[in-house]
Design a protein around this ligand. Sequence first.
Ligand code: CDP
Length: 223
Amino acid sequence: MIIVIDGPAGSGKSSTAKEIANRLEIQYLDSGAIYRALTYLWIAADKPEKNSFLKLLPGVKLQTAYKNQMFFVELNGADITHAIRNQNVAEQVSDVASVPEIRKFVNDYMRNLVLDDIYIADGRDLGTAVFPNAALKIYMDASLEERARRRYMELQEDDGSAGVTLEDVKQNLSERDQKDQNRSADPLKKADDAIIINTTGKTFEEQISEIIDIIQNKLKLKR
Ligand code: CDP
């Protein structure tokens, strides 16, 4: 079974989905991290042309796991959990994610992963394209200013922030929103049956309890 949260960059999807996974003792899947991992691979391979890059995909060994509040990503045996969060990857990821063959690779990986447990996953197109039959669909949003502020603070706590200003982060979010909403392959879009949660001005605890209430009412989850 799967619960999905879609929405634009920095709307709070990942932190919310992780916290919900912890409280309900279910699994968490970060779809963006997988696009970031393939972007990392593309950069590490010296940014090859699309067709040469696609030839690498069948040989890719990807492993993901959620533990201790972290979504771990291993690519061909190397732990790239932290490396995929840097600004260099953030600047390229929406272009890599716009390639239909790459989306198919990621979607196949995710659909296979969620077969044998209860998951909450966050992304852009999960409710529309990847899991149209999800048990519950949430669409999270917040103003660009608030999303940029949150992401900037997050980057400062992490190590991917060298020389990056609040204005850089805001610009990156806004460019990614544009690309994610306007690409032809599975754009960022609210599913017709998704419940909208706007988190502007809400505390983290408020948004968590709002969503947990919705989940409990709709799914009566018991583990
Ligand atoms: O956490 P943040 O909102 O910054 O982004 P992310 O979830 O790590 O996703 C990074 C990028 O991957 C997005 O900007 C999209 O271009 C792409 N993505 C996508 O195309 N489809 C998804 N289901 C998830 C992410």
